[in-house]
Ligand binder design. Structure first.
Ligand SMILES: *Cc1c(COP(=O)(O)O)cnc(C)c1O
Length: 355
């Protein structure tokens, strides 16, 4: 950290902590006591504040609501057995935050502001981090345009806010996924690599249709031919095929470059496990599911962590994979990741940012 951010802190006089049932934490519905807020105006970030979580007054004309200049990040804080608190790889999220900002013609947020705002907020609300296994504090930084102007142009003013939510596991079961070959999430030249709000709005109808067909998630394919695997919901698609870890190439800028996916690839390389990041055809995944060479398949993401795929639907057929509990690779990844994040194993890459 270069310098310390001057944050004005107003603490709540009415904490909701004691009324919160930590044994029942639906994802993203329970917010901790405080939030971080900053404003962008006159070409700079200012008014750094931590205030009680509450509604914020805004005019209905703000351009984020009309033209979609809005994006977010997602990361997590973990409580260790000794009471210490860490945030997992926040520098990677800071980097991606600015890639999203650039794509949406929004201002850069210096990495120190991103990380120090999170550190100060998590520190203040550290009692909100659940201590149970598989639980954490989900951190949601986001930025949106606030000019009251109904013209299509980049806003001159913005807000940066950070919210936090105590959470348990996002998916509680093995996933039935559908390979989507009609709808498109992102095309080359589009904004698939940005965590922009609009990407998720556009995914809701196809996702709802998939759910109506009995699936839990979509695996997106490329916009041109629908022949190559892209990613899953809000997680990157990872497979073990013929003894190699494979995940789609992000070179076309249609895929969100996940921190979790990068972490899994790094662990695999540490273990000497072959890793390939390349175009993956739907045909080879289906072939692998049929002949048994597809021994592992999962979504990798901060919210989802490692979400095992139980079966893959394609062209009206459903292909069943092995029982996730028997899968060597993803079980080892999960165990290693948990060990690092909860402070029970060495952290050789320095991924834990201690608060
Ligand atoms: C957030 C997200 C991911 C996963 O990224 P992580 O950094 O691992 O959380 C993957 N795909 C999409 C579309 C996402 O929004």
């Amino acid at each position: 950290m270069t310098e310390t951010l001057d944050i004005k802190i107003t603490k709540t006089t009415n904490s909701r902590l004691s009324q919160t049932d930590f044994s029942n934490l639906p994802f993203g519905k329970i917010f901790s006591d405080h939030m971080f807020v900053a404003d962008y105006a006159d070409g700079e970030w200012k008014n750094f504040q931590i205030v009680p979580y509450a509604e914020i007054g805004l005019t209905p004309a703000i351009s984020a609501l009309h033209y979609g200049q809005a994006f977010f990040e997602g990361l997590k804080a973990y409580k260790h057995a000794d009471g210490k608190v860490s945030v997992f790889r926040p520098d990677k999220n800071a980097e991606r935050f600015n890639k999203s900002a650039e794509r949406l013609c929004m201002p850069e947020l210096p990495e120190e502001i991103f990380i120090q705002s999170i550190a100060a907020l998590v520190d203040l609300d550290r009692n909100w981090i659940p201590a149970q296994a598989n639980h954490s504090l989900y951190i949601r930084p986001f930025m949106f345009a606030t000019d009251p102007f109904l013209g299509v142009a980049p806003s001159l003013t913005y807000k940066f806010i950070v919210l936090t939510c105590p959470v348990g596991p996002y998916f509680s079961k093995t996933l039935r996924v559908k390979i989507e070959t009609y709808y498109t999430r992102a095309a080359e030249g589009g904004m698939g690599y940005a965590k922009s709000a609009g990407n998720y709005g556009g995914a809701m109808l196809p996702s709802r249709k998939a759910v109506e067909e009995g699936f839990d998630q979509i695996i997106w394919t490329d916009a041109k031919e629908h022949k190559y695997i892209e990613e899953m919901g809000a997680a990157n698609a990872m497979f073990v095929l013929d003894g190699k870890l494979i995940t789609p190439s992000t070179d076309e800028n249609t895929i969100l470059k996940g921190v979790t996916c990068n972490t899994v690839m790094t662990l695999a390389r540490d273990w000497g496990f072959p890793v390939e990041q390349r175009r993956i055809s739907v045909a080879e995944i289906i072939e692998g599911a049929k002949n048994g060479k597809l021994t592992d398949a999962f979504g990798a993401g901060t919210a989802a962590t490692i979400a095992p795929v139980g079966s893959i639907g394609h062209d009206g057929e459903e292909y069943f994979l092995s029982d996730p509990k028997t899968r060597e690779f993803s079980q080892k990844v999960l165990k290693t990741l948990d060990g690092i994040r909860y402070g029970n194993a060495p952290d050789p890459h320095g991924w834990n940012y201690m608060i």
